[in-house]
Design a protein around this ligand. Structure first.
Ligand code: EPU
Length: 430
């Protein structure tokens, strides 16, 4: 258990840098087993999910380690195609090894993944996609067993919903087929484009990444290549610091990001009255003025949906800001409709929240008050840190390791722009 102690009410100011994307690097780490040589991943975030994935890679026979922000994976020898539950259950993206292992070894035996409890997270779309490609699957009680049957025929895969993970699994399985695979209804998130770029770097032919239709010409065996690959910046980490700055900052410049990836968040903050300057040429975005200068207005409505809509992962993050804005906001999440555990914690800080069947209403009040709260998942943890920074006085966020799963040195970075926050180990005696 970790304890984040925050003395809120400070004005944030200065420069803060964004790390590589968690949700982009994780499937790239799975894909690295297709390359029979060494992959160096630059801009790799040092987060718990990456460390777990490196352990999974070691269990498969790879040499895998992280030095600073460079992950190095030597996948010349894969000695095992089984991932046990003790590792698979620690993160969501372990499921992308299903497609990757089928491509590399022809078989896979992968225990069910874990990940944040943010609602229903079935795997039916992953399974259908692999079956459409001619992969034999046995979904047992504790694991999914897979075996490649055909790799030469052209195959058409239809995803009934643009699931990010299912698109990644389908791409990874298609990369090991010499026939052409067409994937329709694919997710179009920047993380998908990043995975496609890595697969291209090792020799897969891919057209259409970033659109709903992908055409993939893979190969049964990849060469022993030395590949250096740079991961895209984390758009949700960017959103986290931008929203924190909007709540309590003045002149906060976020460096090393891609402003185009968070366009709906910037638009929402501008509607609320924030003054923001995007600078794609220097890969930075600056919060010039926000709630520290004037009371912001409610945007009225936020609908979290698949890219390029407002992201579900940034839905919790904006709740502290909405609870201080003038007016009522209705927030609904079309991807994870029950992802509102953070709202209940915000109530402890004085937020006025009403749950409805398809979302929540937040009525803005003047100021959140400091309190001891819990992080219920990765993004709700980050949201509670934003709330603690905003509220005057000392707040404590108790966290079961969620925040470290997705944020690289969050306290150090926030301290760099003036936040008073420290992380300590906490023994939970209850
Ligand atoms: N879904 C199905 N069947 C499936 C797969 C998904 O019904 O087989 C549904 C889910 O229940 C959900 C929706 O489709 O309602 C979207 O799920 P998706 O598969 O797109 O999500 P994911 O791949 O499990 C990734 C991110 C999440 C992010 C979602 C949506 C990773 C490791 N995780 O999850 O990130 O919320 O996409 O953008 O890439 C986070 O970073 O905090 C996080 C939870």
């Amino acid at each position: 258990m970790f304890k984040y102690t925050i003395n809120g009410g400070r004005i944030l100011r200065g420069n803060i840098s964004v790390s590589g994307s968690k949700n982009a690097v994780l499937p790239v780490l799975s894909a690295a087993i297709l390359n029979r040589g060494t992959t160096r991943i630059l801009n790799c975030p040092d987060i718990a999910d990456v460390r777990i994935t490196l352990e999974i890679l070691q269990g498969l026979g790879c040499e895998a380690h992280l030095l600073g922000n460079v992950a190095e994976i030597d996948a010349s020898n894969i000695t095992c195609s089984k991932i046990e539950s003790k590792n698979a259950c620690k993160c969501r993206s372990s499921i992308t090894f299903l497609g990757a292992l089928v491509s590399r070894t022809g078989t896979a035996d992968v225990a069910y993944p874990g990940g944040c409890t943010i609602g229903q997270r079935p795997l039916d779309i992953h399974e259908e996609a692999l079956r459409d490609m001619g992969v034999w699957l046995d979904c047992c009680e504790s694991c999914i067993k897979a075996e490649r049957t055909d790799t030469c025929e052209d195959k058409h895969v239809y995803l009934k919903f643009p699931s990010v993970g299912a698109t990644e699994n389908a791409m990874l399985a298609a990369a090991g087929r010499s026939g052409t695979t067409y994937i329709y209804g694919a997710a179009i998130e920047p993380e998908i484009v990043c995975l496609a770029d890595y697969l291209k770097a090792i020799g897969t032919e891919i057209e259409g990444a970033g659109t709903g239709a992908l055409k993939i010409n893979g190969r049964e065996t990849y060469e022993n290549k030395k590949v250096d690959f740079t991961v895209i910046p984390d758009r949700i980490e960017t959103a986290t610091y931008l929203i924190a700055a909007a709540a309590s900052g003045s002149g906060v410049r976020i460096r090393g990001c891609d402003p185009s990836h968070i366009a709906p968040i910037v638009k929402t903050l501008r509607v609320m009255g924030c003054d923001i300057n995007e600078d794609p040429e220097t890969n930075s975005i600056e919060l010039i003025k926000g709630a520290a200068h004037k009371r912001l207005d409610s945007p009225g409505l936020i609908i979290a949906d698949a890219y390029p809509s407002y992201p579900t992962d940034a839905q919790s993050l904006i709740l502290p800001l909405l609870s201080e804005a003038r007016g009522i906001t209705f927030v609904t999440d079309k991807i994870f409709p029950e992802r509102f555990s953070c709202a209940d914690e915000l109530i402890k800080m004085g937020a006025k929240v009403r749950h409805s069947e398809c979302g929540i209403y937040i009525k803005g009040r003047r100021r959140l008050k400091n309190a001891d709260v819990n992080s219920r998942d990765l993004r709700s943890g980050a949201a509670m840190i934003i709330a603690g920074i905003t509220a005057c006085g000392r707040s404590v966020v108790y966290d079961n390791g969620f925040i470290r799963r997705g944020y690289d040195r969050i306290c150090e970075k926030l301290r760099g722009i003036g936040a008073e926050i420290r992380e300590t180990q906490h023994q939970n005696l209850s």
